[in-house]
Every structure is written in C-alpha cells, then in structure tokens.
Design a protein around this ligand. Structure first.
Ligand code: URA
Length: 311
C-alpha cells in the first residue's frame, strides 16, 4: 500500500515537472511535503552505490548468509500472495499534452501599484528585488549552465528603458545585460539618441542565459517576468523600447509579427511602449538599421530629445 502511494506521488511529481512546475517544495504544506519526501526517496535510490562485483562464493559463508536472510525474508514477505495491482495512475502515453501557458500582458499580470517609489528610493527598491531573486532556482535555466544572473543595468530613475530577450554568453559571464556585440550596437543606438548608456535602464525578459542563446521557453519567461514587472513599476520609465519579438510578446501578451507591432505606440505598466528590432537581428541584417532608427526617433520625439550635434 505504501509502495502504491509512493508510486502515485512520484508520478504526480513527474507530472508537475512536465507541466513546468518546479517550485513545489513549500515547507509546512502537507501535500508539498509529501511530494518532497517521495522526491528525496527517488534521489536516494538514484544515488545508491553501483553494484559491487560479486565476490567468489565460499560455501560456508553462503550457508550462514542464507540462514540469516531466510527469517528476514519471511518476516517482510507480504501476508497475502496476491500480486500487487499496478498503480491506478495512467501510463504516460495517456497524458494529454501539457497546456501551453497562456500569454498575459504585463498590464494584466498585476494591478498597477497604488503608491509609486520615490526617486531617491528606487535604487534600494531595486536592490530588494535583486536580493529576493537570490541564487535563483525557480526555472530550468538555473540548471542550464548559467554563470551569473543578469539583473539589469543603468539608471533607476531613467526616463527610457530597453527590454531585451535574455543574456547571451558575454552577459552570462559578466552579469550585465547587453555587453557583447549586440550590446555594442545598442550602446551606439543609445548614443545616436543623444543619451549615454548610464542614463537609460536595460533589462531582459529572462535573467539567465538560455543554453545556446535559444529563445526562452514560456515557463522560463513566465517565471522570470514577475521580477521585470516590479522593476518597471519601480523605475517607471516614460518610454519602454521592446527589443525584438520575445520582449514584445511577453510585455504585451500577444504573439504578433514585429512588422505589425512596430511604428505605433502601445502601453505597458503606465509607460508608453515601442517595439523595434533586436540589435542582434540588426547585426545580421544591417539594412534594417534605418527602420530601427525611425522607431528610436519616435521615442526621442516622445521624450523631447534633440538630435545630437555631429562631431
Ligand atoms: N541579447 C539580449 O536580448 N539581451 C542581452 O542582454 C544580450 C543579448
């Protein structure tokens, strides 16, 4: 009976994993504790020492061993010879496909805060979020070769914020967003707007590097965006520029082509939101730089920024 219950619990644990639920172990809640126990047992089994190569059988020792083992076997033998029925849990092939997580815009994820953080307190408020993130293991990216969590960079009182997709190799090593090749181009774009990098705020949809720079999985993005949302609510920029379709998709809660989203204003957490090409895309297709520049000029107009003088 205990074995059956344990098997069911294990199956639930695996089911939740397939569903993308990784943060089950909230202590003090009986269900979660029971699952944690089942998990611990799995780990113990998995870590059992490899079978020892059989030693040559010495008949006398084998005889004594058999005499010791026989009564133990008898004591632990099931009272009924009836074989234990297979667990009621259906085999994995009968599972429905796990549901695709729903896309929810940042505006619909949480109400806007009633009280805004005062400018002088924004730095500390952001630090509090960083501390809360800690050495995060909330999503699979924590186990995918991450070196550093990339929180953000820039001015907590920035009027302009850029949101990218997720750290690449350079960002992962340095713990700062947009410091690689795409970052150099972003710095140039910021400079063309007459600003310095230190004057804007830069963050990403996910704070850990997806392996091989792949697009973050929905479970990874949905786990991480709670922090970006709070960062936006603290910084409260006038304008947010979404760099590429992943940023646009999660900020706006819609999956649309970039061409359909560019060129008009959207809103996000009380800020005006603009969508443009990701700098990494512009590196691959520099012909689109002119289009990106049009987007940035829209942002400049909104912020009342003058074209910087040449030279
Ligand atoms: N690409 C991103 O989307 N973000 C970074 O921080 C770096 C590259």
């Amino acid at each position: 009976m205990a074995g059956e219950a344990e098997q069911q619990l294990r199956a639930y644990v695996e089911y939740f994993r397939d569903m993308g639920v990784y943060d089950l172990y909230r202590r003090g809640e009986p269900v979660f504790d029971a699952i944690a126990v089942a998990e611990t047992e799995t780990v113990v089994e998995a870590e059992a020492p490899a079978p020892v190569v059989a030693a040559p059988v010495v008949p006398e020792i084998a005889q004594v061993a058999a005499e010791i083992v026989a009564p133990i076997r008898q004591a632990v033998a099931p009272t009924s010879p009836t074989p234990v029925p297979p667990p009621a849990f259906p085999p994995s092939r009968d599972f429905a496909e796990p549901p695709i997580p729903k896309l929810v815009s940042f505006d619909n994820l949480a109400p806007l805060p009633e009280v805004r953080v005062a400018p002088a307190e924004k730095y500390t408020a952001l630090e509090v979020i960083r501390e809360e993130i800690g050495d995060c293991t909330r999503c699979p990216l924590a186990y995918a070769g991450r070196h550093k969590i990339v929180f953000a960079d820039g001015d907590p009182n920035a009027r302009l914020m850029f949101v990218g997709e997720g750290p690449g190799a350079d960002e992962d090593m340095q713990g700062l967003p947009f410091v690689g090749k795409a970052g150099q181009l972003l710095n140039n774009m910021i400079g063309a707007m007459g600003l310095k990098r230190e004057q804007v705020y830069i963050a990403n949809i996910v704070k850990c590097r997806p392996p091989g720079n792949r697009v973050p999985e929905p479970v990874e993005a949905n786990t991480c965006t709670q922090f970006l949302l709070r960062q936006i609510d603290i910084v409260q920029p006038e304008v947010i520029v979404a760099l590429g379709s992943t940023a646009a998709t999660y900020l706006m809660g819609v999956k649309r082509s970039l061409s359909g989203l560019r060129g008009s204003w959207h809103t996000c957490r009380g800020s005006k939101l603009l969508v443009t090409y990701h700098p990494a895309f512009l590196l691959r297709d520099p012909r689109q730089k002119g289009e990106a520049w049009k987007d940035l000029q829209m942002a400049m107009k909104e912020l009342g920024l003058k074209m910087p003088s040449k030279g």
